[in-house]
Write a protein that binds this ligand. Structure first.
Ligand code: CUA
Length: 326
């Protein structure tokens, strides 16, 4: 049993740097809470070991030797009571003061020149708007490495919680706004995020991907996102897809720059530049796009995008169009 427990525990901490792990930090915002975590873990481990040693000593040293003998009767010990009041209080002070300091540090005011990103939690996907750059996207949060970013977090409908473990702690996304994370992502890479506040049927399917890039790659991404949506050549399957998009309910809910201006669902202007669809649930492949368009609620429980009756030919054309939106 001990071996089985050890194997399970070992499996759980096999990869500290797993994409959604919180035991590594890729931002100074994450460093603050990780440091507190390590400190408290240190205290906990010391207390655990001390208690185990005392327990073993007590078990062996004071075990019952003669079942008839009455143990020594003790009543009260001012010294012991003082010790187990003062020592925990001191330990708690060592935990509390750095924690309070860290709380204030994670509420920092964004420095001048910070990249502003409005993070909006929707049922069940994340929207990212860059108000100073005129860019709106969903699910993939692009951040330049080494530049402070100010994430202004709100909820569009219910309370969500924005959390990319490798970049630091979570923070609630409340309708009406008011929360913020200021962080400087350090290491280029892709880090998974997950909504961390139960928000309904597909809470578990509300994911995001933080894409941290060197500044030049980020600027290139911004330049591409600022372009209007691709207009497909006449007569191509994608052009037929654009027509399907215009004729159906899609147009009322989604924005494609230059085509439509819906604000219910994600902005699709550059859908094909994103890694995933359906709020980070599925890789963006033509097969998954077709499944999603045919019947979104069947793929993602509770999805607000309705089942749209389309012919196979229309679905294929729509997929071709969406795939052209680089
Ligand atoms: Cu959004 Cu849970």
């Amino acid at each position: 049993m001990a071996l089985a427990a050890l194997a399970l525990a070992w499996g759980g901490c096999g990869r500290f740097d797993s994409p959604a792990g919180y035991l590594t930090s890729r931002s100074e915002f994450g460093d603050v809470s990780l440091r507190i975590f390590h400190q408290i873990l240190g205290w906990d481990t010391a207390i655990f070991l001390l208690v185990q040693v005392l327990l073993l000593v007590a078990v062996f040293r004071f075990r019952e030797r003669d079942p008839r003998a009455l143990p020594v009767q003790i009543r009260g010990s001012a010294r012991l009571e003082l010790a187990w009041t003062v020592v925990p209080a001191v330990i708690l002070a060592f935990i509390a003061f750095p924690t309070i300091a860290a709380v204030f540090r994670t509420q920092a005011v964004p420095p001048a020149g910070a990249l502003r990103v409005q993070v909006v939690g929707h049922r069940w996907w994340w929207e990212f708007r860059y108000p100073d750059l005129g860019v709106t996207t969903a699910t993939d949060l692009h951040l330049p490495a080494g530049r402070p970013a100010s994430l202004e977090i709100t909820g569009a409908d219910v309370i969500h919680s924005f959390w990319v473990p490798q970049l630091g702690g979570k923070r609630d996304a409340i309708p009406g706004g008011g929360t913020r994370i200021v962080l400087t992502a350090r290491t280029p890479g892709e880090y998974y995020g997950q909504c961390a506040e139960f928000c309904g049927t597909s809470h578990a399917n509300m994911r995001d991907l933080a894409v941290v890039e060197p500044p030049a790659a980020f600027d290139a991404w911004v330049a591409r996102q600022q372009q209007p949506g691709a207009s497909p050549p006449d007569g191509s399957p994608a052009a037929a897809g654009l027509d399907v998009f215009r004729r159906n309910a899609c147009v009322g809910c989604h924005t494609i720059n230059g085509v439509s201006a819906g604000v219910v669902g994600p902005d699709l202007t550059h859908l094909a530049s994103r890694r995933t669809i359906a709020g980070g649930m599925l890789p963006r492949t033509p097969e998954n796009l077709a499944r999603w368009i045919r019947n979104a609620p069947a793929v993602k429980p509770g999805a607000l995008m309705p089942e749209i009756p389309l012919s196979d030919a229309d679905v294929q054309a729509l997929v071709a169009y969406l795939e052209s939106l680089q």
